[in-house]
Design a protein around this ligand. Sequence first.
Ligand code: GLN
Length: 484
Amino acid sequence: MHQLTIAELVKGLRNKDFSSTELTRHYLDRIARLDPVYNSFITPTPELALQQAAEADRRLAAGNAPLLCGVPIAHKDIFCTDGIRTSCASKMLDNFIAPYNATIVENYLADGVITLGKTNMDEFAMGSSNETSFYGPVKNPWATDCVPGGSSGGSAAAVAAHLAPAATASDTGGSIRQPAALCGLTGIKPTYGRVSRWGMIAFASSLDQAGLLTRTAEDAALLLNTMASYDAKDSTCIERDVPDYTATLNNSLKGLKIGVPREYFGEGLNADTAARVQDAIKVYESLGASIHEVSLPHTHLAVPAYYVIAPAECSANLSRFDGVRYGYRCENPTDLADLYKRSRTEAFGDEVKRRILVGSYALSAGYYDAYYSKAQKVRRLIRQDFVDAFKQVDVILGPTSPSPAFAFGSKTKDPVAMYLEDIYTIATNLAGLPGLSIPCGLVDNKPVGLQLIGNDFAEGLLLNAAHQFQQATNFHQLTAPGIE
Ligand code: GLN
């Protein structure tokens, strides 16, 4: 059963090949048996999952169940889940039981989707390797001495190890697409505002976006249909109809104009990764697309601008964790200042502290103009690069990350080396655009990803282009060695 895609599970449930209870039990058994190796879950939710599955089986038997009813998925532990610990992989929230559901979780529950549990991640989604989690690192199923990518590393490893058929994730600068690339999965970050952020613990509010990690583009389309909705509780959520993303998957790519940015193939890109991306370009040509060189001239400024804006927003967002209202509180504080100081000192990890310090500095009166306002101006220029490029082409194509999965510890001593992991993904968040990663081959027996970037609300086109690639290739069907 765990070999099946979501599309196949939907059919199997309807044909009564298996019940949701059988399917859910099967996945829960795999999690209990195999996850001690990967550490991809922080909190599995077996009892809840089986209750939900029993209810889904009743709805399926009644005959009018929603399409995804009875399908199990996992949720990144950044999404609030009513009555379940929602830790954001931080000691700060280790004891936090969310009192409500994130809107996207609510959307899935309404459709009868089963919650297998909450997945591991970098602390507060800050990282590219899942090494900053309070609950320990996640291992990449393709090579257990290597990272799965981050920050949605738990969601990615769970799907790659077939411990869940799909998982929710979030992407502030690449946290869906880079783990998708490193674990051989399909990962989509929708347009900013397409999916509600309500109940998703905020890191950098102007960049954060919820999305999905799946095995195929078709599965991502099926799941995005439920995830995307207008939500009045998120003031940045856009009121716009959600198309049926599965309806356009089979559109022909004849005449599609694909732009390849010259800045994405420069120094720092692993030569074998570049070769796999070049091969993918040939596949698109054979499908009838035309390839055009484009330029995104401010690409080199994306990482520096992000590492001012994201820490600035995080320093404001994380000020709510003060030891007073919820989360960790230090023992025996002597006064209020001591309570704040020790609660935050004891419960935040090093990377989170580094970001809060950088962000507070960039926002301080003396440096605001020099750093924060400057970064916002650069952000505008980065967005303009894409606006100009999309006058010439429909989709932009390039690598997702500069190299395949790297060994644990190899970048933790050098934050800048770690930050460069997201060199091709970060600009998309700064511009608010949708981006997607699909597997395009192996390098040293580890997967590498192909990134497709679309114009505002072009999720349907991206999924169509990804699906057509997956009809013509089998990279998405490769399974990590040892995963039966
Ligand atoms: N790796 C980037 C960071 O550390 C992006 C993380 C994310 O997208 N959540 O901030």
